[in-house]
Design a protein around this ligand. Structure first.
Ligand code: PLP
Length: 402
């Protein structure tokens, strides 16, 4: 092969994920016939609701043409999503406010392109979901890290935003509640304060609500499913997805609630970038809003809640450091504390743990370039029994190293 006179663009220089090494080792061990408990999954295990599967089967059996749909999605799905906001949040939305996207990932690209210009400063909580920073950076935005920890419950505060804005004006803030990897949520009071600060300073709020519904407060309490930023700020962009509550990761469907001032831009961008979200998945997803489908989402939530209970009950025996409260989503984020002794970083700890015990955890570097090297993320998606067994193995292994 001759050497290429070309090179990848500077903007595509996205850091590779640390978890890839762990996943490669998991695959190798399984191929060797070893049993592995993976607590790395960022997806729920229950799969799509049965009504969605049935609708997909019907669509294919009838051999519907499944051509391009309107760029922002088919009308019945946009209406069904608007109806979901009435059901969960008491919000009366017009379906024209809903843009169906190729997963929330596709929604982020549209939202960032529509809202921000090259060079705009956009604030993010660290630790946080790595795609925000990587997409923003590759679009030419300046990522402004807001370091959060136990003192802030791992969510940005108005005082921190104020300080970042004083250095140079911010154009945007991406907020996730529940967040990945910490699972923390902002309550109505905090969200109201943050949204008011954003409005007063011309900062566009982008609210990632894809884990709404996967939450552990008493379901009867107000705001148990999460507070929707659209209730508070009509200029906020809300990002959501079928991937988590409905367990439909591979169907690649999400949505945006697009404020009036961005609708034409999002429509034009969506048509150019993807033409439309997947047609078959859209047809099927209308059935995600039936009573039966909501009941299945609730059953999955209860399963995560059981796994979370097991984890929180035994967490003190791990002897780790500070941990996030896991209000929602299906993650547990913790500092390794004294258990990191003898290892260069969490990556080395995770790889030794995996080889010795067959338990895979995600090292934290992907989520936080500063403190992540001392942290790990555990996913509850493996279920309560697997969590109990994994914790037992970790505790025994750590004790054997002393
Ligand atoms: C916080 C957060 N936002 C967005 C996504 C993207 O999900 P999807 O594109 O499947 O909707 C993920 C995936 O794990 C996530 O954790």
């Amino acid at each position: 092969m001759t050497s290429s006179p070309f090179a990848p663009s500077a903007r595509s220089a996205v850091a590779p994920f640390e978890v890839m090494d762990v996943l490669a080792t998991v695959a190798r061990m399984r191929a060797e016939g070893r049993e592995v408990i993976s607590l790395c999954a960022g997806e729920p295990s229950q799969g799509a609701p049965s009504a969605v599967h049935a609708a997909a089967a019907r669509t294919h059996a009838e051999q519907r043409s499944l051509g391009y749909t309107p760029a922002l999605g088919i009308a019945p799905l946009r209406a069904a999503i608007a109806g979901h906001y009435a059901r969960w949040y008491g919000l009366d939305l017009d379906p024209s406010e809903v843009a169906v996207t190729t997963g929330s990932s596709g929604g982020f690209v549209l939202a960032f392109l529509a809202a921000f210009d090259h060079g705009d400063r956009v604030a993010l909580a660290q630790p946080g979901y790595p795609a925000y920073r990587n997409i923003l950076a590759s679009l030419g935005c300046e990522v402004v890290d807001i370091e959060t920890g136990p003192a802030e419950r791992y969510q940005p505060t108005v005082a921190q935003l104020e300080a970042a804005h004083a250095q140079a004006p911010l154009a945007g803030l991406v907020l996730a509640s529940p967040a990945n990897p910490t699972g923390t949520m902002v309550d109505r009071g905090e969200l109201t304060a943050i949204a008011a600060w954003c409005s007063a300073h011309g900062v566009r709020l982008v609210s990632d609500e894809i884990y709404h519904g996967v939450t552990y407060a008493d379901p009867a309490s107000p705001d148990a499913k999460g507070v929707c930023a659209r209730e508070i700020d009509e200029h906020a962009i809300v990002v959501s997805s079928f991937s988590k509550y409905w367990g439909m990761t591979g169907w690649r469907l999400g949505w945006l609630l697009v404020p009036q001032d961005l609708r034409a831009a999002v429509d034009a961008l969506a048509g150019n970038i993807a033409l439309c979200p997947p047609a078959g998945a859209q047809e099927a997803a209308v059935a995600a809003f039936t009573e039966e489908s909501y009941a299945q989402g609730e059953a999955a939530r209860l399963d995560f809640a059981r796994a979370r209970e097991v984890l929180l009950e035994h967490a003190p025996e791990l002897g780790w450091g500070a941990a996030a409260p896991a209000d929602g989503a299906f993650y547990y984020w913790a500092e390794l504390g004294d258990q990191l002794a003898g290892f260069a970083d969490a990556r080395e700890y995770a790889s030794a743990l995996l080889e010795a015990t067959g338990v895979a955890v995600t090292p934290g570097g992907d989520f936080d370039p500063v403190v992540g090297s001392r942290c790990v993320r555990l996913s509850l998606a493996a279920g309560p029994d697997a969590i109990a067994e994994a914790l037992d193995r970790i505790i025994t292994w750590q004790a054997s190293r002393r």
